[in-house]
Write a protein that binds this ligand. Structure first.
Ligand code: GLN
Length: 176
């Protein structure tokens, strides 16, 4: 999706890769595995430091679990986003679905978006600094807190690029 939008994106697999980027997507996958790999690469601490100093982050699905302040059932996390994430809260793989979610006017028209949920986490947030940009059955599914944009679905799997465009505008605002 980023390449389609003309962004020279690279995969970050090591601390050296990470040193060369100015914004980060923490994608879907399996949060427990990603956490382990991030720790062996020494990436977890670096990601925490740079995110705290303002690096734009787009976290999707498992990425949201990684940045969440608390995880249910209990799992270590980077503790960067003031939400609680409940893993696999919408059911197993067979319950994965494409849903039509409601999005805030800030994303531009139309007010709905198709969203692919794959063993998605459910997030809850009570912190007023977490802005809700998208909902599905009253659950927040797209939120922003300062430099972190978080989607519990997979915005890279549809043609709608508004989530990535929002992330890019955060990147431009930060880097000029
Ligand atoms: N269920 C996965 C987890 O808990 C997330 C799934 C996904 O990223 N699509 O890490």
């Amino acid at each position: 999706m980023l390449r389609d939008l003309g962004v020279p994106a690279i995969f970050v697999r090591s601390a050296a890769d990470f040193a060369g980027v100015r914004a980060l997507v923490i994608p879907g996958g399996e949060s427990s595995t990603m956490l382990r790999l991030m720790e062996t690469e020494g990436l977890a601490q670096r990601i925490v430091e740079r995110t705290r100093s303002g690096m734009p982050v787009l976290a999707t699905c498992a990425g949201v679990i990684l940045v969440a302040e608390t995880v249910v059932p209990n799992q270590p996390s980077l503790g960067l986003l003031s939400v609680e994430a409940e893993r696999n809260a919408y059911g197993r793989q067979v319950h994965s679905t494409v849903a039509r979610i409601q999005v805030a006017p800030a994303l531009g028209p139309p007010p709905q978006m198709d969203a692919v949920f794959i063993r998605a986490p459910r997030i809850t947030c009570n912190d007023p600094s977490v802005e809700v940009f998208g909902t599905w059955h009253d659950d927040p599914v797209l939120v922003r807190q300062e430099n972190i944009l978080a989607a519990t679905f997979h915005p890279e799997l549809t043609k709608d690029s508004r989530v990535h465009q929002t992330f890019l505008s955060m990147t431009e605002a930060k880097n000029g």
